[in-house]
Every structure is written in structure tokens, then in C-alpha cells.
Design a protein. Structure first.
Length: 405
């Protein structure tokens, strides 16, 4: 039976009035293996925080649009194959973090509001969006207290619905999270899951003998405390800006062909090069020799040999880190910057990634490694892409999301 869970809604500022109708813990519909799940160093390398996402659905005229009972029943079912999601963080006898697969469940909040989806504006970061995701007290010393998945279904006055998700990063990366959410949606549509999750994380254990240590632990280019703290910035780009980048891409490809190179640059590499150069110019470093590191998350599933199955449920995100002097970025050709990024991503092959796993195994306590948002603070920069994630396939039976943030 589902247990009650107290609500914890943020207040103040530019907010909406959210009415919590129900706040429950949803548990698996069947018995699950009661075990402790070993997590890899790639899981531990991420700070212990909830990754927030919000999906916006427009009404489709159905009388049972986003019916809570349909979502609950599907959630109970999906927690059977994805049973670690219903667990809690714990520590083994050595103090190392693991997942206790105890089936204690996930938080589901059902709410409504007199606001309309239009009041969310252009779906940019705001306190209103933050209200659409449940919160828990993350300051607790007891890491076993909080659920690893926080869900909130909010119905708006206009008939639209938002699904807010707080996904604990220790569980899995974006690929794993979308695998779970899409599987939940599949069950809600009355279908069966065709691709179960691969839960064995020992595949990513490091080897005993080290072969090559990558530039994984290069000292940061500067002490972030010397610079102002970063903030999330949403950039509005006109179509003409993208047309310029397309022209630049054609130029890059033509130049590569003229010099006998078969290199093909991706849209992401070209856009990232443009952002890196533009940010470096805007920062206007007084020291022209200021080093700047670009941190690019790279999914290692297809880069390992043999490749990991796409259904691997865990974190397989490695970081490509091209480094340059700010003066070089501003003086070199656009193609040179694109090539810097392309070269660093390309080197993320099996040998490189395995050596990174070996390094982490040798380090032991990865909590001593700088991680999280501070590693992307000025003069550095972090840029990731969700373009290949199946975000807009999250269809619970009432259509795909209109927007996702």
C-alpha cells in the first residue's frame, strides 16, 4: 500500500499558487530482489543532487487526460524491472555509497493550480518552473531518508499538464533516466516494456593494472574563487545566427576537403565552438594568456569496446576537456576552434575511457576530485547536448510533450 509523504513547496518570489491534492510514496507492484547494488565510480563522480526536468503537455480533449490512477498503476509496474529507482542510498561496511534496493518507493505529488501554462512565459528557468518539481531536505545527514525519484503532476486551469521530475544523479545519467521515463509512459499506454534495464554496474570496474592515465585530473585552469560564481544563462538566438553557423559549417567542411581531410564536423561541435569563442570574448580577460577549459559530457556507451548496451542503467558520462589560451581562441580561425573540440571528443575511445576508469579505481575516494558546477565556473565553461535523447517521445497515451526543460 502507498504511504503518505509530506509536501514541501517553495514559496516567495514570482510564484504560482500550487494546491497539493495528494502526496504519496509509490512502491513496486510486485516483490523485488532485496539487495545492495554496487555503484561504479562513474556514479560516485557526480555530486549527489536531483536533476530537475519539466515536461509540458497540452490538453487533447480526452476525459481521462493525465488520469492520476493510470500514472500510479504504470509507475508501480515500471518500478519492478527498474527496482533500484525505488531504493535508497546507503553505505557499505567501508563507508562507500551504494543503492539499497529495499523497495521503499518514489515520491509522487498530484497537484493543480489556477494559473495557466501561458504564465510560465517562454519556459525559461524561473521559480514558477521550480514549483513544478517536488523538493526534499537534501541537508539531512542520513542519506537513506530521501527517495531517489521525485515526481509531480500539476494540472493547469487551461487544461494543460506539467510533469516535473527530480532524478537523483547517482541512479543514472540522462540516457538511463529517459529509459525509465519512457518505459513508464509505455506501460501507461497499455503496452509492454521491450527493453529491460541492464542493472549490473560492475562492467565499469577499473582494471588492476594501469595502462594510460588520461588528462582526466588536469589541474583547473584557474582558481574559480578568483572569479565570480557562474549562473545559468538562457541565450535567445535569432534564425539569422544559426544561418551564419550553417555557413561556417560549410566553410569548415570545404576547407577540410581542400586540404585532403575527410573530417566531418557535427552541429554540436560547430555550435560549441561558437559559444566558447563568444563567451571568452565577452569575459574580456585582463590576462590574454588566461587558460580556459571547455568541459563536454560524452556518453561512453558506444565508445567502449565492446560497446555497452544502450539499456545500461547507470552513469557512463565522461568529460572531454579541450584547453586553450583565451587569446588563441580569439585570434585563430573558427575552423581551428572547431577542430580543437572535434579532436578532443574523438580521442575518447575505449583505451582512453578504460584508463579513466582505472585512474578512478586507483584514486579510491572520488569525493576528493573536483566535480559539479564549480568545475565549469569562469574561466572554464561546460556545454552539453541533449539533442539525441528521446525527450519528445515521452507519451503516456495523451500525446508527446509540447515543451521540455
Amino acid at each position: 500500500m502507498d504511504a503518505q509523504f509530506p509536501s514541501n513547496s517553495p514559496g516567495g518570489g514570482d510564484t504560482m499558487k500550487i494546491n497539493t491534492k495528494e502526496s504519496i510514496i509509490v512502491r513496486p507492484s510486485q516483490d523485488i530482489p532485496q539487495q545492495r547494488l554496487w555503484v561504479s565510480n562513474m556514479d560516485l563522480l557526480h555530486p549527489r543532487y536531483y536533476l530537475p526536468t519539466v515536461y509540458l503537455y497540452k490538453p487533447n480533449g480526452s476525459s481521462d487526460f493525465f488520469e492520476a490512477e493510470v500514472l500510479k498503476e504504470a509507475l508501480r509496474k515500471v518500478l519492478v524491472p527498474f527496482y533500484p529507482v525505488a531504493g535508497r542510498l546507503a553505505r557499505d561496511e567501508n563507508g562507500r555509497i551504494e543503492i539499497n534496493c529495499n523497495g521503499e518507493g518514489v515520491l509522487l505529488v498530484v497537484a493543480d493550480t489556477d494559473s495557466t501554462t501561458e504564465e510560465l512565459g517562454e519556459f525559461m528557468p524561473s521559480m514558477k518552473l521550480r514549483q513544478l518539481i517536488p523538493t526534499v531536505d537534501t541537508s539531512l545527514q542520513d542519506i537513506s531518508r530521501n527517495p531517489l525519484l521525485l515526481l509531480q503532476v500539476t494540472s493547469f486551469k487551461c487544461g494543460g499538464v506539467c510533469l516535473g521530475v527530480g532524478w537523483h544523479h547517482t541512479l543514472a545519467d540522462g540516457t538511463g533516466a529517459l529509459h525509465f521515463i519512457n518505459s513508464w509512459a509505455t506501460l501507461a499506454r497499455g503496452l509492454s516494456i521491450t527493453v529491460p534495464p541492464l542493472l549490473d554496474r560492475t562492467i565499469l570496474r577499473g582494471r588492476v593494472l594501469l595502462r594510460l592515465w588520461p588528462r582526466l585530473m588536469v589541474k583547473d585552469c584557474a582558481d574559480p574563487e578568483q572569479f565570480s560564481l557562474f549562473s545559468l544563462v538562457v541565450i535567445k538566438a535569432a534564425l539569422s545566427s544559426f544561418n551564419s553557423l550553417i555557413s561556417a559549417a560549410v566553410t569548415c567542411s570545404s576547407t577540410a576537403s581542400n586540404i585532403g581531410s575527410e573530417t566531418k564536423y557535427t552541429t554540436f561541435e560547430i555550435l560549441t565552438a561558437h559559444i566558447w569563442r563568444s563567451v571568452s570574448k565577452a569575459r574580456n580577460f585582463q590576462n590574454n594568456d588566461q587558460k580556459t577549459k571547455l568541459r563536454i559530457p560524452v556518453d561512453g556507451r558506444s565508445r567502449l569496446n565492446p560497446p555497452l548496451q544502450s539499456s545500461y542503467f547507470g552513469n557512463v558520462i565522461f568529460i572531454a576537456s579541450p584547453v586553450a589560451l583565451s587569446c588563441d581562441l580569439l585570434s585563430e580561425s573558427f575552423r581551428c576552434t572547431v577542430e580543437r573540440i572535434h579532436r578532443e571528443i574523438k580521442r575518447m575511445d575505449d583505451e582512453y575511457l578504460r584508463s579513466a576508469l582505472d585512474y578512478l579505481e586507483e584514486v579510491g575516494d572520488v569525493s576528493s576530485i573536483p566535480r559539479g558546477s564549480i568545475t565549469c565556473a569562469c574561466p572554464n565553461l561546460g556545454i552539453g547536448s541533449w539533442m539525441r535523447l528521446p525527450i519528445y517521445k515521452v507519451d503516456f497515451g495523451w500525446g508527446a510533450p509540447l515543451l521540455k526543460f
